[in-house]
Write a protein that binds this ligand. Structure first.
Ligand SMILES: Cc1cc2nc3c(=O)[nH]c(=O)nc-3n(C[C@H](O)[C@H](O)[C@H](O)COP(=O)(O)OP(=O)(O)OC[C@H]3O[C@@H](n4cnc5c(N)ncnc54)[C@H](O)[C@@H]3O)c2cc1C
Length: 476
């Protein structure tokens, strides 16, 4: 019980979990080079010694014990602000554990349908919180042919389903894709990927199991090969988290760990409980990255002597509009917080979804501006090893020179940052992830169409057009 040390976290991953990377079965994730950086990142979240860090990273539970803040249900605007601050400095392996906080918050709604499920949610939440465990958000199904319902698929397992029930529990089969940090957490917290209807009872399933549960197999995909030079890969040599293709090959789940097993009306409640928290996490990341893009563009323009050129200033201006739009969306999301009936303080859904959409929809254009400012060295710059080769150093110093105040090594570092961030393996990952993680663009559109006051907007249109309010046509 209680907070773990970084070492205790690492040791806790040595539990016989079945996990693969690049075709190889990994005997021990803590000793495999592919996981080294990601585990080191997650270990930092277990550093609680420094009082200032501890104040951001922990909170006091109802029993007076200290727990990681990722488990805290925000009850005041200050709690929400602290959560945003925490997310800014937390590795993704810890951040995804917000899934348990989101579940805990809807337990009363779940209790209205089945009290046992609500008790199970509370027990698993407390177990993870009080033992400082981490949980992955295991939601996205394989989904097969997107135009067909789960029951209509060629293979009935394309959405996770219950294949057996007994007095002790359920047996589930299916695969959940793109699961961030699945191999580096303790629990796999599974929820339906979407709302389910009548006839989809077998697909209305939610539970949490330890990663090492028999039948669970994880195929990892990482963007950063181990042993990368910090100079060549300034971001991906320092930060990493593999995504998991998680297979549930007839996994037994005891009833005390089941949160839903058939009551289809709850599937949507569970599926949507996390979306807002996922998206504000994405928005927080975009605020930081967009500011970095402005800095990189301006610095490189100065290094290359083009900072005053009209078309360069225009592009840097676009990058600033982007960064400021995101920052304002995040500020509004926190300032215009809302409160649920259960007392949870949550960010304004409109601001979060507008911000996430604005950030995702314009990211590729911003990368284009950055590449336009940067030139071809983004992808053709020689590596650190070339620079350190005594036969080559002088040539690189000579031909990469721009201005007396610019160190060639610094110029190279900046190009490496641009390439790593936007034009290499991690950069490709970033391009796709910005659009898809937390749901694609269509998912945010659904929310804004639901949240926006269309009636008030139509009223204004009628007023301006001089249309009498005699007939209210149905929404087209
Ligand atoms: C790096 C990364 C990390 C992720 N981490 C997690 C995680 O930790 N946990 C998790 O559960 N998920 C995670 N995801 C998954 C993410 O939420 C999904 O990628 C996203 O919801 C889109 O689902 P999909 O990839 O199956 O694409 P699809 O659903 O196939 O979407 C592709 C396109 O098809 C459209 N489409 C799909 N179905 C329909 C339909 N019926 N009608 C019309 N259009 C449709 C979509 O709108 C979209 O435009 C992660 C994704 C990435 C890239």
């Amino acid at each position: 019980m209680g907070l773990k040390t970084p070492e205790e976290y690492r040791e806790s991953l040595r539990d016989g979990r079945v996990t693969y990377i690049v075709g190889e079965r990994v005997a021990d994730v803590t000793r495999h080079p592919w996981f080294e950086t990601a585990i080191a990142n997650a270990m930092e979240d277990y550093e609680y010694e420094d009082p200032e860090v501890r104040a951001v990273r922990t909170y006091e539970t109802e029993s007076g014990a200290a727990a990681h803040r990722v488990f805290q249900v925000p009850r005041t605007p200050e709690d929400l602000e602290k959560r945003v601050k925490l997310t800014e400095v937390t590795s993704i392996t810890t951040a995804v554990s917000a899934v348990l906080m989101a579940l805990y918050n809807i337990k009363d709604q779940v209790a209205q349908v089945n009290g046992q499920y609500a008790e199970n949610i509370e027990r698993v939440y407390r177990h993870c919180r009080d033992n400082d465990l981490r949980a992955a958000q295991v939601i996205t199904d394989a989904k097969g042919d997107r135009s067909r319902r789960p029951v209509e698929q060629d293979d009935p397992d394309l959405y996770m389903r219950i294949v057996e029930r007994s007095k002790d529990g359920i047996v589930v089969r299916g695969a959940k894709l793109h699961i961030t940090a699945a191999s580096l957490v303790h629990e796999l917290t599974v929820m339906p990927t979407k709302a389910m209807g009548a006839g989809e009872e077998q697909y209305s399933v939610s539970f949490s199991v330890p990663v090492a549960t028999p039948g669970v197999k994880i195929i990892n995909r990482g963007y950063a090969r181990p042993g990368r030079s910090r100079m060549d890969y300034p971001l991906s040599a320092r930060h990493n988290a593999p995504e998991g293709f998680v297979i549930f090959d007839d996994v037994f789940v005891p009833w005390e760990r089941v949160f839903l097993a058939g009551e289809h009306q709850l599937a949507g409640v569970l599926a949507h409980s996390l979306g807002l928290w996922e998206r504000i996490g994405g928005l927080i990341g975009m605020v930081r990255r967009s500011r970095m893009m402005v800095g990189v563009a301006e610095l490189l323009a100065e290094y290359n002597g083009i900072a005053k050129a009209g078309h360069i200033q225009e592009k840097i201006g676009e990058l600033i509009f982007y960064a400021e739009g995101l920052r304002m969306a995040l500020e509004t999301a926190v300032r215009s917080y809302k409160t649920t009936a259960t007392g949870m303080v949550y960010p304004d859904p409109m601001a979060v979804n507008v911000g996430k959409y604005f950030g995702a929809a314009n990211f590729h254009l911003m990368v284009r501006h950055l590449h336009d400012i940067s030139g071809g060295l983004v992808v053709t710059l020689p590596t650190e090893a070339d620079f350190r080769n005594p036969e080559l150093t002088a040539y690189l110093e000579k031909y990469l020179h721009t201005r007396p105040e610019v160190k060639v090594e610094d110029r190279m570092k900046l190009y490496n940052l641009i390439r790593d961030f936007s034009a290499d393996t991690y950069g490709g990952w970033e391009l796709v992830t910005t659009v898809q993680a937390g749901g694609g663009l269509a998912a945010q559109r659904i929310v804004v169409l639901r949240e926006y006051d269309l009636e008030a907007a139509k009223e204004l249109a009628r007023e301006e057009a001089g249309i009498a309010e005699t007939r209210r046509p149905a929404r087209i």
